[in-house]
Design a protein around this ligand. Structure first.
Ligand code: PEP
Ligand code: MG
Length: 576
């Protein structure tokens, strides 16, 4: 255990638990809007390389600005872009960044940020209103250069040992990039239980706390912090605490449900699949005795690559996943990117990316890139164990369009098998027309993380509204039941693959609603197996009969907790 707090002056902050466990480490801020980075020191021999990266980014940014000046989107815009070009090419910016790289031995990203902050604060301190306004333009230019640097896709340096990542919002792709040197904990301001970042953190046993307001001002790089992911708190601590933890006395990343015995027999009547984001996890799922891979989030197979990976790289990755599955089915979901994740340009971010150009919509809008992914998946399907899942299907029109692309690409290939095709059901519209959708697919994957978000209109990544993110809302439960009943009527499999399916608390309810196929993360395997083994279908249906009469999520939750006390008094059933 960490030694008790020695003085009451230690700052402690309350947030929300988004991944269980407890860890002590050194804070390290992650910054950047498009591609995230941190203050990494470089060796002297890398200085010229960083300067070359910076110059290339400046040239690219200047070309972008020149193109905008030549063809301004609005009549006044040319003047603004002219001003930006002047800033970009000024020696107070260019020379200053190069000087910081040379002198401080830091990356081009960090030097750009340092110089920008200095220039902006001196403009903001000016008594001249015109100069004060110029601060915004400097930030804009700096953002453009940062985006161009991100486009260069140089890999992030490894994290130092015992790092606690601190960020307003941490991107899942950033966390994936640290797979070989993972942080011991994560602290953020934004992000909820079903945010991808925290799904990944839980999967890797990294404790995390979200909802710490103004997180960037609370900690300095190097501060020792204790992250308690069980209670959702962060405490600033001492070097001594870190030493105690490195002797192994602190329980790092304890799972919410403890470690239960594993036994690989299959529960009769249920099929248990695994959600994965890497080929290594495919092999581990096979070893556990999974029925297959119920959801491979393909966008995570290529850490460090922003945008659409090339066909060969994708082919190799899908082929490796298919082979690692040892004949079991692998359901590959096509990229569930939003626009921001694939574009580098200095364009305005979408106001509502969750409602914008993302998932299958983005695929249809960028047909050439989408065809590349479809072709790579089809080419990898020589064993016939690959299926395709299409994310964010709103209705039959999306499906018809994608099907025609798949048919077209398939017709040009030889020696490959036609895959099964499934739709992710995440939108209320898809629930309402599920009978129509079922005519065009071989199976359904119910993505409850998004289904809750879109049904209730609650941003799953916005910690502020997390009280309204209610997986037990009667509308969500009715939707799940409609989906399961409709799929069964059509004789097609339906699997539940959101975070709900990985939490034992929801399993009796889902079984009572008719679910018999679940796709869960590896770290939930033992806990879900255990509850599935002890759930009687008739008991579960009885519970559902009761909760279906209830009209609030809170009432449903209380009724479930009461039923569990009766049926499974020994089972430790936490909701999150
Ligand atoms: C879901 O939405 O429930 C899901 C499984 O997909 P993701 O979490 O990747 O959006
Ligand atoms: Mg989803």
């Amino acid at each position: 255990m960490v030694s008790p707090l020695k003085n009451e002056l230690r700052a402690s902050y309350a947030g929300r638990s988004v991944s269980h466990g407890r860890a002590v480490g050194k804070a390290l801020h992650i910054v950047g809007r498009k591609r995230q980075y941190f203050r990494a020191e470089i060796v002297e021999s890398r200085v010229e390389n960083e300067i070359a990266r910076f110059r290339a980014a400046v040239t690219y940014s200047a070309e972008q600005l020149e193109a905008l000046i030549a063809k301004p989107p609005t009549p006044n815009a040319a003047d603004i872009f002219d001003a930006h070009l002047l800033i970009l090419e000024s020696s107070s910016f260019l020379d200053a960044v190069e000087e910081v790289i040379r002198h401080d031995l830091v990356t081009a990203e960090w030097a750009t940020k340092t110089v920008t902050e200095k220039l902006v604060s001196s403009q903001r301190a000016s008594s001249d209103q015109h100069l004060r306004q110029k601060a915004v333009d400097i930030e804009d230019v700096s953002e453009r250069v940062a985006n161009a640097l991100a486009g260069g896709q140089s890999p992030l340096p490894p994290l130092p040992p015992n790092t606690v990542l601190v960020a307003t919002e941490l991107f899942p792709s950033t966390l994936m990039e640290f797979a070989d040197t993972p942080p011991v904990a994560i602290i953020t301001e934004r992000g909820g239980w079903t945010s991808h970042t925290f799904i990944l953190a839980r999967e890797s046993g990294i404790p995390a706390v979200s909802g710490i307001k103004r997180v960037n001002r609370r900690f300095d790089d190097g501060d020792i912090v204790i992250v308690d992911g069980d209670h959702g708190t962060v405490t600033v601590a001492s070097e001594e605490d870190l030493e105690v933890s490195s002797t192994g006395a602190v329980d790092l990343g304890a799972a919410a449900f403890g470690t239960w015995e594993t036994d690989d027999s299959t529960e009769p009547g249920f099929r248990l699949y695994v959600n994965v984001d890497s080929t290594a996890k495919v092999s581990r799922a096979v070893e556990k005795g999974a029925a297959g891979i119920g959801l491979l989030r393909s966008e995570y197979l290529f850490p460090g690559i922003k945008g659409w990976p090339d066909e060969e790289r994708q082919f190799q990755a899908y082929k490796a996943a298919s082979e690692a599955a040892d004949g079991l089915e692998v359901r590959i979901r096509t990229f569930d990117f939003d626009l921001d994740q694939v574009s580098f340009g200095g364009r305005e971010p979408e106001k509502n990316p969750a409602l914008g150009m993302r998932a299958v919509r983005l695929g249809l809008a960028r047909e050439r890139s989408f065809r590349t992914q479809l072709r790579a998946i089809l080419r990898a399907n020589t064993n016939g164990n690959i299926s395709i899942i299409l994310p964010m299907i709103a209705g039959v029109q999306d499906l018809k369009q994608v099907r025609s692309l798949i048919d077209d690409e398939f017709s040009r290939l030889e020696g490959v098998k036609f895959p099964k095709i499934g739709a992710m059901i995440e939108l209320p519209s898809a629930v309402l027309v599920i009978d129509q959708i079922l005519k065009y697919v071989d199976f359904l994957s119910v993505g409850t993380n998004d289904l809750v978000q879109y049904t209730l209109g609650v941003d799953r990544d916005d910690e502020m509204v997390s009280d309204w993110y209610q997986s037990l809302h009667p509308a969500v439960l009715r939707s799940i039941q409609i989906l399961i009943e409709s799929a069964k009527k059509a004789g097609k499999p339906v699997s539940l693959c959101g975070e709900m399916a990985g939490l034992p608390f929801y399993i009796p309810l889902l079984v009572g609603l008719g679910a018999d196929e679940f796709s869960i993360k590896l770290s939930s395997w033992s806990a879900v197996r255990r509850i599935l083994r002890s759930v009687e279908k008739t008991q579960a249906e009885e519970i559902v009969r009761v909760v279906k009469e209830l009209d609030t999520a809170q009432a449903v939750e209380e009724a479930l907790a009461a039923a569990y006390r009766t049926y499974w008094p020994d089972l430790q059933l936490a909701r999150t």
